[in-house]
Ligand binder design. Sequence first.
Ligand code: PMP
Length: 355
Amino acid sequence: MKHNFGAGPGILPQEVLKQSAEAVINFNSTGLSILEISHRSKEFEAVLEEAISLVKELFELPEGYSVLFLQGGASTQFAMVPYNLLPEGGKAAYVESGVWANKALKEAKYFGEVAVIASSKEANFTYIPKDFEVPADATYLHLTSNNTIYGTQLQEFPKSPIPVVCDMSSDIFSRKINAADFSLIYAGAQKNMGPAGVTLVIVKDELLGKTGRQIPAMFNYQVQIDGNSLYNTPPVFAIYVSMLTLNWIKAKGGVEAIEKENIAKAKALYTEIDRNPLFKGVCAVEDRSNMNVCFVAQNPEHEKPFLKLCDEKGIVGIKGHRSVGGFRASIYNALPITSVHVLIEAMQEFAEKNK
Ligand code: PMP
C-alpha cells in the first residue's frame, strides 16, 4: 500500500475509487459506462443534482447562491472572476499570499485596476500577510485560503466591507467555514473533492450582471447558471467522482468531523517536525497549513537519503514544490492518520540512523 502525500491531484478515498471503477464498467446497473452516458440523461442529471445538493448541505449554504461545476481548472477562475464581477474602470483588491494568488491578480489586470493590498512575496510567502485595510471602493477582495506550495493557511478570514472572493482549491471541505461570509468561492476539485477536470464555483447571484461587459458564453457565470452547468458537455466522470467524494465526507460526519481529523493529523506531524532535530518547519507557526505541511532537512545533504527512505516505505509525493524545495506532506481529507504515523516513524528512524 502507498501512502499518498501528493499535493494534487491528491489522494481520494479508497471506496470512492472502487465505486468509480465499477461505474466505468456498469453505472448504476444501467448496462452502460459512466463514460458513455449522455450528460442529458436522467441518470446523469440525478448525479449532478446530488452533487449540487451535497455542496449546499456540507457548507450549509444560505439561499441566493448558485453552485456550478465548470471546466478549465481554478486557473480559469482567475480570469472569470474579474470578467464577471469587475466593471470597466473598476478596481479589485488582492492579497498576494503565494504564487497562485499572484497568478490570480495578474489575470485580473486584464480587466481593471488591481490593488495588491498586502503581500508576503519578500519573505518567499512564508507567512500570511495580515496587516492591511480593505479599500471600501474596490469591487471585491480576493483571498487564497490555503497556499498549497508554501504550506500556509488563513486561520481567520479578515473582515471585509466589500464582497469576498476566495480561492479554496487546496482546503475546500477540509474545515468549517461560514459560507455567508463569502460572495464567491472557487476550487479545482483535484485535492479534496475529486479528480482533475472539474472546478467548483459557488457564487452569490446578486453579484452578477453588474459590469456592463459583453461576456462570451463559456466564461459567463449567468449563462452557466441558466444552463445548470450543462451549457455544454460537462466533465461527467469528474462530477460523478466528486459526488461520491462529497457523499463520503457526509458519511464521515460532514466537514466538522473531517476538520477534527485534519487537525489531529496536522498536529501530530508538526509536533514531530518541531521535536526532531533533523528537520524544521519553514512557515510562520501561526499560519501553518493543516493541508500542506512544508518542512526542510536541517542539513541539506539529508534531503536525498530521506526521500529514499520514504520511497522504501511507500511514502509518495513528499518532495517539495520545485520552486521551494524541501518536503511537502499534503494531508488532504482522504489521507488516513495511519499514513501520517508512517511518515512520522520514517522521520524518527532517519534521525536515529543519522545521530
Ligand atoms: N489555486 C491554488 C491554491 C492551487 O493550489 C492551484 C493548483 N495547485 C490552483 C489555484 C490552480 O489550479 P488548476 O490547476 O486547477 O488551474
